[in-house]
Design a protein around this ligand. Structure first.
Ligand SMILES: Nc1ncnc2c1ncn2[C@@H]1O[C@H](COP(=O)(O)OP(=O)(O)OP(=O)(O)O)[C@@H](O)[C@H]1O
Length: 372
């Protein structure tokens, strides 16, 4: 079932939790709502579910306005972060619950319930736990049971609010792959809230980036990663170095660095930000003249290697720009530059902590502020 979110706004007192949010979700899509804590993800999910009402705007399911449709009639399944399994019921009874509370006319027979519950438990690969109680399950198993329970009533829409939020990193990773496979089998239109960018990028067909009650960008994981639409998205998706400076007629001058930025050829001494991913920085040993191009423009930053963390195939370098006026030890945390190079290259170059290096961006994304 497709979902259309049309100009939805929601205030809590003076606080604007959602500001004129619009979004279309196709039938069978798996969409992630991604954003920092408090950006309005859960509020939007609750409005879609019918657990909360919007101040303005509407939600359409398959083209039909749902405003007057009660949450029970919306055919929505939920899974929340804190497994809401009934503690006094076995796994089997938890999954059967939604079927048993159906109105008598729609309620399946006992034999049908039994068959359906076992099918669902097989689907989440936990049929062998049918007779256990929730307290006898691991966190990951409980979330899979919660999902089986949500699916029991054959929802048209599945809403998941940080479903793996309370689990440890390894289990989270397993479960997100498992959720993706399950979705590929079932194709239930699903919206899944997370503040974990890796989770959103790995699982979703499309990612909706939210910030302060607004949608900043919607796109496939590849699109939002390769072409972040705003400084917020750039900063939120993955590690990034931020350099401040000014742009003028296609050139950007940052602290100790000059970059060409042809897309800002019209800029007239405007405030600019350049975002550079750690793996888009080249690192070489300092020598006089290093980091300066043929025309004498500074293309690299001279910096001291403060720390090198080499784990597996990647070397993460923390570098502090060398400033004549300030001892490196007193550098502000935000001035630390993070670079990532292959561990093999790090070892071949024989870099040592305390050495002076030059870092040069291979790729940067420049945003220019309109008011100068
Ligand atoms: N019932 C409420 N009354 C007052 N303020 C609320 C209420 N529900 C949510 N808010 C506020 O609205 C904002 C958005 O909340 P929401 O739960 O949607 O954020 P979120 O993006 O899901 O964050 P998190 O990832 O922390 O759950 C928050 O600042 C929150 O404090």
């Amino acid at each position: 079932m497709s979902i259309e979110i049309r100009n939805v706004s929601k205030n809590f007192g003076d606080f604007k939790a959602l500001r004129d949010v619009s979004l279309n979700i196709d039938s069978g899509e798996l969409v992630a709502l991604l954003g920092p804590s408090g950006c309005g993800k859960t509020t939007l999910l609750r409005i879609i579910a019918g657990l909360e009402t919007a101040d303005r705007g509407s939600i359409l399911f398959a083209g039909e306005d749902t405003t007057d449709v009660h949450v029970r009639e919306r055919q929505v399944g939920f899974v929340f972060q804190h497994y809401a399994l009934f503690r006094h019921m076995t796994v089997f009874e938890n999954v059967a619950f939604g079927l048993r509370v159906k109105p008598r006319s729609q309620r399946p027979s006992e034999a049908q319930i039994k068959q359906k519950v076992h099918e669902l438990l097989n689907l989440v690969q936990l049929d062998w736990l049918a007779d256990r109680f929730p307290s006898q399950l691991s966190g990951g198993q409980r979330q899979r049971i919660a999902l089986a329970r949500a699916l029991a009533v054959e929802p048209k829409v599945l809403l998941l609010d940080e479903p793996f939020g309370a689990l440890d990193a390894k289990v989270r990773k397993e479960l997100r792959r498992w959720l993706r496979r399950l979705h590929d089998d079932l194709h239930v239109t699903s919206i899944f809230v997370t503040h974990d960018q890796e989770e959103a990028l790995e699982v979703a067909d499309r990612v909706v980036l939210m910030n302060a009650g607004n949608i900043e960008q919607v796109g496939s994981p590849q699109e939002v990663w390769d072409h972040p639409a705003s400084p917020f998205v750039y900063g939120f998706l993955g590690d990034v170095n931020l350099f401040h400076g000014r742009a003028h007629e296609g050139e950007v001058l940052l602290d100790g660095l000059q970059l060409s930025s042809p897309e800002h050829a019209d800029a007239q001494n405007q405030k600019a930000y350049a975002y550079v991913r750690p793996h888009d920085l080249d690192v070489e040993r300092y020598s006089p003249g290093a980091g300066v191009d043929a025309a004498g423009r500074p293309r690299g930053i001279v910096a001291q290697l403060a720390r090198a963390i080499v784990v597996g195939p990647v070397a993460r370098l923390e570098l502090i720009p060398v400033d004549d006026n300030k001892p490196v030890e007193n550098a502000a945390p935000e001035s630390v530059i993070e670079a990532q190079i292959p561990a093999q290259q790090f070892n071949e170059m024989g870099f040592r902590e305390g050495e002076t290096l030059v870092v040069t961006p291979r790729r940067a994304r420049v945003f220019v502020e309109n008011a100068s």
